[in-house]
Design a protein around this ligand. Structure first.
Ligand code: HAM
Length: 423
């Protein structure tokens, strides 16, 4: 026999009871999108590679190491989207929103692709939900985005959340900090890891993100320059206003001077939300302001702010804390071929009443059907055998209590309607 084909490394099937947790998560995301006035946008799974090299940044890990890039039969270089922000800004520009409706609020839910080393909470195909507000330069919009993320996590019952915020300045003030950073680190180069030495040349801000112990020691020293001391007046004002707004919203946060994030499009605000007990992959979401992204993609000067959240990581947490709520369904278990016909007719009535059902077939024994219903988390089983047919009734078994009653059609439907409402 040929070997059974498995899903590629870093991808997985979402099925069984886990699906209910995904549905709950999506429901909460859509509920808050509606409440905060964000409309859905669905962008393609693949885009021109250039969108990400220009948008996310040539020097980022995502572009250098993690993209699924291929040449199609027409010779174009395409890339499976590693993130959702650059595609959303691309769509905004392509459809002329910057001209006719410059302020939009959008959200998305969908798969993203990064060639990373898979581990718990880190996949090669993973899912994000994200929110983007384009055309909004006000710090109140940064606060709204963080508020929205916070509310979604609260509603999902995620505990032990921590919010870290930082400002990484703008093209006016950031180069001064980078110059100071290079100057400060130059004599300490031999204490830095190889990656940091390389980054000091190519993408100096990213050294702050390094987790290697010897680098951490260098960054932890009291004289280490902080970006906060280099912010221009406008960035400083933006940051101060955001902090006040977060305090007013009673969202607890910590300022992390070394938070820089792994995508190059950020300006001013960056933030990350982490959850304890998630292990190494503890960031459930992150985002920030990206006022230069539109121009990097050939558009006009349009401010933007947003965030995205890894859904696999949230589902891992929900699995520990949440009982999935199973939808109300009825299991139809015929005992013979004629019973199948009766239950097929019953299914028409159930559809008319809006009662969901699962119809199985008479090739299986009653014992099998009862076990199967239990596995499917279905409480009520309708059984039709010869005895029910001759009496013109349906047997209704409640697997929770073990009780079984025989009911004519009208009473059966009334009872199922009542049970569905109680559910
Ligand atoms: P990001 O920090 O790269 O930001 O990803 C956001 C979230 O996606 C992470 O916090 C994490 O929860 C999840 N995530 C990232 N990579 C993986 C992976 N390999 N497996 C599972 N989960 C993962 C962005 O993507 C930005 N587009 C966020 C943003 C939106 N900034 C502004 N607007």
């Amino acid at each position: 026999m040929a070997e059974v084909i498995k899903a590629p490394r870093g991808t997985r099937d979402i099925l069984g009871e886990e699906v209910f947790l995904w549905q709950r998560l999506e429901e909460v995301v859509r509920k808050y999108a509606l409440l905060f006035g964000y409309e859905e946008i669905r962008t393609p799974i693949f885009e021109h590679t250039e969108l990400f090299t220009r948008g996310v940044g040539e020097e980022t890990d995502i572009v250098q190491k993690e993209m699924y890039t291929f040449t199609d039969k027409g010779g174009r270089s395409l890339t499976l989207r590693p993130e959702g922000t650059a595609p959303v800004v691309r769509a905004y520009l392509e459809h002329g929103f910057s001209v006719h409706e410059p302020r939009v609020k959008w959200y998305y839910i969908g798969p993203m692709f990064r060639y990373e080393r898979p581990q718990a909470g880190r996949m090669r195909q993973f899912h994000q939900f994200g929110f983007e507000a384009l055309g909004f330069g006000e710090p109140a919009c940064d606060a709204e985005i963080i508020h929205l993320a916070w509310m979604i996590y609260q509603e999902l019952g995620l505990l032990d959340l921590s919010l870290e915020v930082n400002s990484i300045g703008c093209p006016l003030c950031r180069p001064r900090y980078i110059a100071r950073l290079r100057e400060y680190l130059a004599p300490l180069e031999d204490r830095l890891c190889e990656n940091c030495r390389r980054r000091l040349v190519s993408n100096p801000l990213r050294v702050l993100d390094c987790k290697v112990e010897s680098c951490q020691e260098v960054f932890g020293e009291a004289t280490f320059p902080k970006i906060q001391d280099f912010l221009c007046d406008a960035c400083r004002k933006h940051e101060r206003e955001l902090f006040t707004l977060l305090e007013n919203l009673r969202i607890p946060f910590a300022v992390n001077h070394r938070l820089v994030r792994g995508l190059d499009y950020y300006t001013r605000t960056v933030f990350e939300i982490k959850v304890r007990h998630l292990g190494a992959q503890d960031a459930v979401g992150g985002g920030g302001r990206y006022d230069g992204l539109s121009q990097a993609l050939g558009g006009p000067d349009v401010p933007g702010v947003g965030f995205a959240s890894g859904m696999e990581r949230i589902v891992l947490l929900l699995e520990k804390t949440t009982q999935p709520s199973f939808p109300f369904r009825v299991y139809l278990a015929p005992q013979d071929e004629a019973g199948e016909g009766v239950l097929l007719s019953l299914s028409r009535e159930l559809v008319a009443c809006g009662i969901p059902f699962h119809l199985d077939f008479a090739t299986k024994s009653l014992k099998y059907h009862l076990k199967h219903a239990q596995r499917m988390r279905i409480r009520f089983v309708v059984i039709v055998g010869e005895s029910e047919r001759t009496r013109g009734v349906f047997a209704l078994k409640d697997l929770a209590s073990g009780e079984q009653v025989s009911l004519p059609l009208s009473e059966l439907l009334a009872r199922l309607r009542k049970e569905r409402e109680l559910c």
